[in-house]
Design a protein around this ligand. Structure first.
Ligand SMILES: Cc1ncc(COP(=O)(O)O)c(C=O)c1O
Length: 359
């Protein structure tokens, strides 16, 4: 049996047909930038996540960069970033000329709760990353950020559909950034992203920045860039959003199998059953990670590592510090297949193989 980590060509026939119909509709209308599909998508996300302003953009990395720029963060400023994250979180800080200050995470990659020790007179913002879909405890983080008078930009790229205390990931901070990269829980058929905010002026600023600083054609009130979403991607996302809850339910069913079948294996640590998680990734930890990965691969099971090297260990981001938890996760973490296109029997087979490996 070949069990891929994620194979998007497995999307069901009904979904593929609806996506093709949508493509035909957009093609017929001949509108490929802005338009109804974009407005509808933004409105739907606003309603679903209870966020007053959803501003779509070209991808999640841009969303983070637009947020930093809109908050006037730049050269001379510091931004606190977790040591374990996808590189974008730190990349954007450097791209705008500011300095990322890395801080360790907890055992599961969430910014360690004593992050405020990294605050200096230059600190302008902190970027909590809701890694693997699990959320950083936000009430505590927000209170500390408020006390220190710094901005909060949530990197919710992996957390569309995660809620904490009934409040969506991305709606706690000054700006929340989403990615609709194809592998995400809500993934486009290409690139797309979004900023969320409840501050009207900030929303207007982000919108201006994402469209050459123009609120109306040929009137440029500031120097911006082009980071618009494709109309076609917004149209596809409108289709995918309609089935989002169903896909989430499938993830939940499959994750429960992992938790049940893999419980109590010595040398294997399962992820916490976090209530606030959208189950984006199912990351297990073992000191035998590389051997297990190889064993599964040789038995036809695809896995992934998120991420094999912590950002401050990457030469171009090099920074010294105590990143013990993050580094341990990078050495021991292994993502098992978890997505709506897997069958129950495939996940059962992955569990059987993992058990075989440990006995
Ligand atoms: C934690 C995190 N931040 C930022 C991004 C950037 O999103 P994108 O790939 O849409 O630019 C991603 C996704 O790849 C991510 O996982």
């Amino acid at each position: 049996m070949k069990i891929p980590f994620l194979d998007l060509s497995r999307m069901d026939q009904a979904l593929q047909a609806t996506l093709k119909d949508k493509f035909a509709k957009v093609l017929k209308e001949g509108r490929f930038s802005f338009g109804e599909e974009v407005l509808t998508f933004e409105k739907r996300v606003e309603d679903r996540l209870q966020s007053p302003h959803a501003i779509s953009c070209a991808n999640g990395t841009d969303a983070l960069e637009l947020a930093l720029r809109a908050l006037n963060i730049g050269p001379g400023d510091e931004v606190i970033v977790p040591a374990m994250t996808w590189v974008s979180t730190a990349e954007v800080v450097l791209m705008i000329g500011a300095t990322p200050v890395f801080w360790d995470t907890d055992a599961w990659g969430l910014l360690r709760s004593d992050w405020e020790k990294a605050i200096s007179p230059r600190t302008k913002a902190v970027i909590p990353v809701h890694l693997y879909g699990m959320m950083v405890p936000m009430a505590d983080l927000m209170a500390k950020a408020k006390k220190a008078d710094i901005f909060v930009i949530e990197d919710a790229a992996q957390a569309f559909g995660s809620f904490q205390e009934g409040k969506a990931a991305g709606t706690w901070g000054d700006v929340g950034c989403l990615s609709f990269y194809p592998t995400k829980n809500l993934g486009a058929l290409g690139e797309a992203g979004m900023c969320l905010t409840n501050q009207k002026e900030l929303a207007e600023q982000i919108r201006l920045l994402s469209n050459h600083g123009q609120a109306q054609r040929d009137v440029h009130s500031l120097v911006g860039r082009n980071s618009r979403i494709d109309t076609l991607q917004a149209a596809f996302l409108n289709v995918l959003l309609e089935r989002f809850d169903e896909f989430q339910e499938k993830r939940r069913i499959l994750a429960e199998i992992y938790w049940e079948e893999l419980a109590g294996i010595e040398g294997l640590t399962l992820p916490p059953k976090a209530e606030d998680s959208n189950l984006h990734l199912f990351v297990i930890q073992t000191e035998k990670r590389d051997l297990l990965k190889e064993f599964l691969q040789s038995n036809g099971v695809g896995t992934a590592i998120h991420y094999p090297i912590i950002v401050p260990d990457i030469p171009v981001y090099k920074q010294d510090g105590d990143f013990a938890n993050a580094r341990k996760l990078s050495q021991n973490g292994l993502s098992l297949p978890l997505n709506p296109w897997l069958e129950v029997k495939e996940v059962v087979e992955v569990c059987r193989l993992v058990k075989e490996f440990f006995t």
